[in-house]
Ligand binder design. Structure first.
Ligand code: TGC
Ligand code: FAD
Length: 387
């Protein structure tokens, strides 16, 4: 029998090194994540520090970055790692992508040499956890309007404002905070023990429960002059990190969808109704075949973008296309897989509704599906329809 991603024989499109990395991450997820993640999801808590160290030891944090203790793999290998992590849980992939693609990438791409040497090696080892504060309560899709601000006071900077929905904020050692200045939006590297920095946990989430999300409140946070990224001004700074994380999600969503399809296929083969396995009904086979079709197409799209990225040719609107398609299809696959499990599909005994609920966040964060539609629309027409 064919497995969910083997139908097209896609494996031979990967290098041996890429397959090794994928298989290593899969083993880690099978042994250390899958047995526990339903419990973390139910309690809304997870051992993030221990996991970060484990991921760091395996070289997964900032794995596609060069130098400063990072593994320096290609982008495709990073994508494959995201795929396997998200087959465990989107919250686990988020832990890795916020650390590596958002916080570490921002420091790696825009930081001074001192900022890089101070933070990146420890972040790569998982000793320091990072977060990335762009979104505000009133400025989500439109970060250009942010009101968090940084003002000069002598040589120091004083930060005031708040950030909302910030993954890892309550457990972070360092926060990359984007703020308005009199020279436009700039990025600041903020140790979270700086007086005036507070992070409150956001409770009652029904999605991404195996991930800590917080609100950051900044009250007269005094930072030295060298806490700012020296060169970059404007949205280009944070958007460059978003490109990295969105790319990881293009692969990640396929991992969540694959896990759903695999579970649904196994279930369909063993569940008997009307004296036969439900897999024997044509309606069930239609569901499985359609899901496998979208899964293969989504993986090929991800791989194509990975190859483009490795050649440094990928454009933001191409990443938008991949994120939009693969998350949208992954949610459809999760929901259809859930129907195959009937009543059992609504419990945490099976991963499917957990994945489906997580994918609601994935559809919204890193640019909502509407924002990605408009980004593609702008690329097609040359007309921006955001405002
Ligand atoms: P716009 O005029 O289009 O651009 C302003 C400046 O930014 C540059 N830029 C980009 N640069 C690199 N990559 C991209 N994808 C870029 N998009 C824009 C652009 O070239 C320009 O540069 P410059 O030098 O000319 O100034 O800006 P706009 O205000 O019209 O906004 C465009 C829009 C709506 C597409 C953008 O604001 C957007 O993508 N909004 C969505 C916000 C978002 O995605 N937030 C995510 C927050 S982080 C998160 O969700 C983490 S979730 C946890 C996890 O990842 O696991
Ligand atoms: P809004 O921007 O208010 O959008 C609401 C609806 O309006 C959406 O459907 C949207 O598509 C639509 N809409 C908005 N503008 C337009 C338009 N021009 N045209 C058509 N439709 C439009 N942010 C961070 O900075 N760092 C993080 O680590 C982080 N982690 C997150 C973790 C979780 C679990 C979640 C849920 C979010 C996280 N976010 C993070 C925030 C996330 O990026 C935002 O939620 C997202 O960008 C959307 O912003 P919003 O929630 O304010 O929705």
């Amino acid at each position: 029998m064919e497995s969910a991603l083997s139908l097209l024989g896609i494996d031979h499109l990967l290098t041996e090194e890429e397959r090794d990395i994928r298989d290593t991450v899969k083993k880690l997820v099978d042994e250390k994540i899958k047995p526990h993640v339903a419990g973390w999801y139910e309690s809304g808590d997870l051992p993030a520090r221990e996991l970060a160290k484990e991921f760091g030891a395996l070289g997964l944090l900032g794995m596609h970055l060069e130098g400063y203790g990072c593994a320096g793999t290609n982008a495709t290998a990073y994508g494959l790692a995201c795929m396997e992590l998200e087959a465990g849980d989107s919250g686990i992939r988020s832990l890795v992508s916020v650390q590596g693609s958002l916080a570490m990438y921002a420091i790696w791409r825009w930081g001074s040499e001192e900022q890089k040497t101070q933070w990146l090696p420890g972040m790569a080892r998982g000793e320091f956890i990072g977060c990335f504060g762009l979104t505000e309560a009133d400025y989500g899709s439109n970060p250009a309007g942010m009101v968090t601000n940084a003002k000069r006071d002598g040589k120091d900077w004083i930060l005031n404002g708040s950030k909302m929905w910030i993954t890892n904020a309550p457990i972070a050692d360092v926060a990359v905070i984007w703020a308005q200045t009199d020279e436009g939006i700039r990025g600041f590297v903020v140790p979270t023990n700086t007086p005036g920095f507070k992070a409150n946990i956001i409770h009652k989430k029904l999605s991404l429960r195996a991930s800590v999300t917080g609100e950051i409140v900044l009250t007269d946070v005094r930072l030295p002059s060298d806490a700012v990224f020296p060169e970059v001004r404007g949205l280009k700074g944070p958007m460059s990190s978003l490109n990295e994380a969105r790319f990881g999600i293009v692969f990640g969503a396929i991992g969540a969808a694959r896990d759903c399809l695999e579970v649904a296929t196994d279930y369909a083969l063993s569940r008997i109704q009307f004296d036969q396995p439900i897999a024997a009904f044509q309606l069930t086979q239609e569901k499985l075949a359609n899901m496998a079709l979208e899964l293969q197409k989504g993986f090929l799209l991800a791989l194509h973008l990975g190859r483009l990225k490795d050649e440094e040719k990928v454009r933001p609107e191409q990443i938008s296309l991949g994120k939009l398609n693969n998350v949208r299809e992954a949610i459809e696959i999760a929901r259809t897989s859930r129907t195959i499990l009937g009543g059992n599909g609504v419990t945490l005994e099976y991963p499917i509704l957990r994945h489906a609920n997580n994918l609601e966040s994935v559809l919204t964060y890193e640019g909502t599906s509407e924002i990605h539609l408009l980004t593609i629309g702008r690329a097609l027409t040359g007309i921006q329809a955001f405002r």
